[in-house]
Design a binder for this molecule. Structure first.
Ligand code: ZN
Length: 140
């Protein structure tokens, strides 16, 4: 069975010592991505044995622990580096303020960042919905 990237569809491989190399091979190496980061639940696979304060007691979307396979490019370059231009940051900050998720001073509460994470997901989901339509026509 051929393993393919869930985003771009490229054929993946798991050849040892090729990950992240600036070659076609390095760019098409398989890599696993958690739909919802493990660190959001107070666990980190990067620092085993350490437990950080999680922001969600349980996954709000019901996908805790689930993962998908991407190519190196889609994982490390696309998903990890969303482009946020100055106007995007300003608009998002306004939404954060409207939803009561801004902070004058950090407190012990992780609820504001949890709310911002959920809001950012909502922005992505709504953007996808507005760009997707079955006929392929623009909604204007
Ligand atoms: Zn890909």
């Amino acid at each position: 069975m051929t393993e393919r990237c869930a985003i771009c569809g490229c054929q993946l491989h798991r050849t040892k010592d090729t990950y992240a190399r600036p070659t076609v091979e390095g760019r098409s190496h398989a890599t696993s991505h958690h739909y919802v980061a493990e660190r959001f639940f107070g666990r980190s696979t990067n620092r085993r044995g350490t437990k950080t304060e999680g922001m969600f007691p349980a996954c709000p979307w019901g996908h805790e622990g689930e993962s998908v396979v991407f190519c190196y490019e889609c994982q490390e370059e696309l998903v990890h580096n969303p482009v946020l231009l100055p106007e995007d940051v300003a608009r998002f900050a306004e939404l954060v303020k409207q939803r009561g998720l801004s902070e004058e001073m950090k407190s012990e509460s992780r609820e504001p960042i949890a709310g911002r994470v959920a809001l950012f997901h909502e922005v992505i989901a709504r953007g996808l919905a507005s760009l997707s339509n079955k006929s392929g026509e623009s909604n204007g």
